[in-house]
Design a protein around this ligand. Structure first.
Ligand SMILES: *[C@@H]1O[C@H](CO)[C@@H](O)[C@H](O)[C@H]1NC(C)=O
Ligand SMILES: *[C@@H]1O[C@H](CO)[C@@H](O)[C@H](O)[C@H]1NC(C)=O
Ligand SMILES: *[C@@H]1O[C@H](CO)[C@@H](O)[C@H](O)[C@H]1NC(C)=O
Ligand SMILES: *[C@@H]1O[C@H](CO)[C@@H](O)[C@H](O)[C@H]1NC(C)=O
Ligand SMILES: *[C@@H]1O[C@H](CO)[C@@H](O)[C@H](O)[C@H]1NC(C)=O
Ligand SMILES: *[C@@H]1O[C@H](CO)[C@@H](O)[C@H](O)[C@H]1NC(C)=O
Ligand SMILES: *[C@@H]1O[C@H](CO)[C@@H](O)[C@H](O)[C@H]1NC(C)=O
Ligand SMILES: *[C@@H]1O[C@H](CO)[C@@H](O)[C@H](O)[C@H]1NC(C)=O
Ligand SMILES: *[C@@H]1O[C@H](CO)[C@@H](O)[C@H](O)[C@H]1NC(C)=O
Ligand SMILES: *[C@@H]1O[C@H](CO)[C@@H](O)[C@H](O)[C@H]1NC(C)=O
Length: 449
C-alpha cells in the first residue's frame, strides 16, 4: 500500500488510490513481485516414543528475495495439551518454564508456549543436525539456494503417540527477527519421503504437517525503511528522498531519535549500539530512512546507456549481511552487464522480464556496513537500447519500483523527476508519469491477484 498511497494519492488521483487500497486490503500479505513467497515450516514425525514423538522441524524460505539475517529467527507455538519438550537438537527454547512437577528426568522445556531459537555456529557436533546452527540466519531462495532452510529436532512428551491421538501445535509465530510474518494453522500433509544418501532406499515420516507463514511489510513496521533519490547526467538537479519519508527529526517530542554524524557523542552512541538490532538508530537526515538507494543515469552511448546505483546505510545499528535489491525497470530485459552486483531476472508473470534481483559479490560488497564512511555499496548497469521503447523523456530512465531486503523503497513523486532541458513542460510530464505509474501499479498490484 505504501507505494500506491505515496506516489499516487499524494498526486491527487483519488480513484487510483481507492482501487489500489481495495486490492491491497483484500490481500494484506500479497507481494506482486513474489506472489507465491512464503516460509513453510514442516514437521516430520520420525518416530513415536512411549509418551510422544520425535520430530524434525524444517523451515524452508520459499521467498525469492526476502531473507532472515542476524540476529535470526525466533519460532513460537502453543501446545494443544500438556506437552513438554524432553530434548532438542540444533536449537533450544529461550525459557525452560516451570518443570517442578518432574522429579527425576527434567524436560528441556515445560512451557505451554515455547519459543525456539537456532543455535550458534560452532555448536559441538553432538548437538547438531543437518541445516542447523546458523544463528537463525536463512538466505533467500534465489540468492543462495544451498542455504534456504533451517532445521532442528525436538522430542515431545505427554503428546499423542499415534497419528490418531497426536494433537498438532497451534498458533505459530515466526519473528525474523521482528514482526511481519503471519502463520496459518498446521495442516496434515502426505508423509515426507527421505531418500538415503546413496539413493538406494526410501524411508518415510510417520506423519507430517506443514505450516505456511507469509510476510507483510505493513505488519513489520508502520513507517517505510528505505527511500529512493534520483539524478541524471542531463540535469544538475539531484532529486532527494522526500522529507520525512521514514520519520521526522523532532527534537521536542523525540530527542535523540537520530544521531548527528558531527556530534561529539557519535563514538559512544555507535559503540553502545553494538550488535545488529531490530530497532534502527539512524543518522540525522531530512528523510530519516535507515537505507537510501540512489539511481543515477550516468552515460548515454549510441546503442547503450549506463546507470549507477548506490545503496547507502544510515543505520548505526545494522550491518546488512547478504543484502539484496529488487529493481523494476522496463529495460532489464536488455541488461548487458551488471558490474559489481550479482544479477538474476525475476519473472513472476512469465514473459514480463522487467524485474531484477541484485545482491553483493561474496567477500567484495555482500556486506553493507553500518552508517559511516564504509556504509555504502555501488554498481553500474549497462543496458542495450531498444529503439522502440528507449527515451530519456517522461522519467522513463528511472526505476518503477525498488525493494531493499524485500521492503519497498519510497520513490520521489513523479512530477519531481529530473527532466531533459528543452523537454515538454512539466505539466505534461507529470501527467504522463502518472499514467505510467498508474499502468505499472495496476498491472503489478491488481490484475494478478
Ligand atoms: C509456498 O511456496 C512454494 C514455493 O513457491 C509454493 O509451491 C507453495 O504453494 C506456497 N505455499 C502456499 C500456501 O502459498
Ligand atoms: C494414520 O495412519 C494410517 C496408516 O498407518 C493411515 O491410514 C491414516 O490415514 C493416518 N491418519 C492420519 C490422520 O494421518
Ligand atoms: C490461538 O488461536 C486461536 C484461534 O486460532 C485463538 O482463539 C486462541 O486464543 C489462540 N491462543 C493463544 C494462546 O494465543
Ligand atoms: C509441505 O512442505 C514441504 C516442504 O516445504 C513441501 O515439499 C510440501 O509440498 C508441502 N505440502 C503441502 C501439501 O503443501
Ligand atoms: C534538532 O537539533 C539539532 C542539533 O541539536 C539541530 O541541528 C536540528 O536543526 C534540530 N532539528 C529540528 C527539526 O529542530
Ligand atoms: C558492524 O561490523 C563492524 C566490523 O565488523 C563492527 O565493528 C560493528 O560493531 C558492527 N555493527 C553492528 C551494529 O553489529
Ligand atoms: C531476462 O533478461 C535478461 C537480461 O537481458 C536475460 O539474461 C534473461 O534471459 C531474460 N529472461 C527471460 C525469462 O526472458
Ligand atoms: C531486448 O529484449 C527483448 C526481449 O528479450 C528482445 O525482443 C529485443 O530484441 C531486445 N532488444 C535489443 C536491442 O537487444
Ligand atoms: C532539471 O529537472 C528539474 C526537475 O527535477 C527542473 O526543475 C529543472 O528545470 C531541470 N533543469 C534543466 C536544465 O532542464
Ligand atoms: C502538453 O504538450 C502538448 C504537445 O504534446 C502541448 O501542445 C501542450 O501545450 C502541453 N501542455 C501544457 C500544459 O503545456
Amino acid at each position: 500500500m505504501g507505494f500506491c498511497f505515496r506516489s499516487i494519492a499524494s498526486s491527487g488521483i483519488v480513484a487510483v488510490f481507492l482501487f489500489c487500497s481495495l486490492c491491497f486490503t483484500s490481500t494484506d500479505a500479497f507481494d506482486p513481485l513474489d506472489p507465491n513467497g512464503n516460509i513453510t515450516i514442516k514437521w516430520d514425525v520420525i518416530s513415536w516414543t512411549p509418551d510422544g514423538y520425535v520430530a524434525v522441524v524444517t523451515m524452508y524460505n520459499f521467498q525469492q528475495y526476502r531473507h532472515i539475517q542476524a540476529p535470526g529467527w525466533t519460532l513460537g507455538w502453543t501446545w494443544a495439551k500438556k506437552e513438554v519438550i524432553w530434548s532438542m537438537m540444533g536449537s533450544q527454547t529461550t525459557e525452560q518454564g516451570d518443570c517442578s512437577r518432574f522429579k527425576s528426568n527434567i524436560p528441556h522445556c515445560c512451557k505451554k508456549d515455547p519459543t525456539v531459537v537456532d543455535l550458534l555456529p560452532g555448536t559441538p557436533y553432538n548437538q547438531q543436525i543437518a541445516n542447523c546452527c546458523k544463528g537463525g540466519v536463512i538466505n533467500s531462495w534465489v540468492q543462495d539456494p544451498a542455504n534456504f532452510a533451517s532445521s532442528f529436532q525436538v522430542s515431545v512428551g505427554a503428546a499423542g503417540t499415534t497419528n490418531k491421538t497426536v494433537r498438532l501445535p497451534r498458533n505459530f509465530t515466526l519473528k525474523a527477527p521482528g514482526p511481519g510474518y503471519t502463520c496459518g494453522p498446521a495442516k496434515i500433509v502426505k508423509p515426507t519421503k527421505f531418500v538415503s544418501s546413496d539413493g538406494r532406499r526410501i524411508t518415510q515420516a510417520m506423519m507430517t504437517w506443514n505450516v505456511t507463514c507469509t510476510y507483510s511489510q505493513f505488519l513489520a513496521q508502520k513507517t517505510p525503511t528505505c527511500c529512493v533519490s534520483l539524478s541524471s547526467f542531463y540535469n544538475d538537479t539531484i532529486v532527494p528522498c522526500q522529507t520525512c519519508t521514514c520519520g521526522c527529526q523532532n527534537n521536542k517530542t523525540q530527542p535523540g531519535s537520530c544521531v548527528d554524524p558531527n556530534s561529539p557523542y557519535l563514538a559512544s552512541v555507535v559503540s553502545g549500539a553494538g550488535k545488529n538490532s531490530y530497532t534502527p538508530l539512524v543518522q540525522c537526515t531530512s528523510h530519516m530512512c535507515p537505507v537510501r538507494v540512489h539511481w543515477h543515469v550516468k552515460v548515454n552511448y549510441k546503442e547503450y546507456w549506463r546507470v549507477k546505483v548506490t545503496i547507502t546505510n544510515f543505520n548505526y545499528r545494522m550491518n546488512y549481511t547478504q543484502w539484496n535489491l529488487v529493481i523494476q525497470h522496463p529495460n532489464f530485459d536488455n541488461l548487458t552487464q551488471s558490474f559489481s552486483f550479482n544479477y538474476k531476472p525475476l519473472t513472476p508473470y512469465g514473459t514480463i522480464n522487467d524485474t531484477a534481483m541484485l545482491w553483493g559479490v561474496k567477500f567484495y560488497n555482500d556486506l553493507l556496513s553500518q552508517a559511516g564512511p564504509l556504509g555504502n555499496v555501488q554498481s553500474e548497469f549497462l543496458f542495450r537500447k531498444d529503439a522502440s521503447t528507449f527515451t530519456f523523456e517522461k522519467g522513463w530512465a528511472f526505476p518503477r519500483r525498488i525493494y531493499f531486503n524485500g521492503d519497498n523503497c519510497v520513490m520521489p513523486p513523479p512530477d519531481a523527476y529530473p527532466y531533459l532541458p528543452n523537454a515538454s513542460p512539466r505539466q505534461n510530464i507529470s501527467i504522463l508519469s502518472l499514467l505510467l505509474a498508474l499502468f505499472v501499479s495496476l498491472t503489478f498490484s491488481c490484475l494478478y491477484i
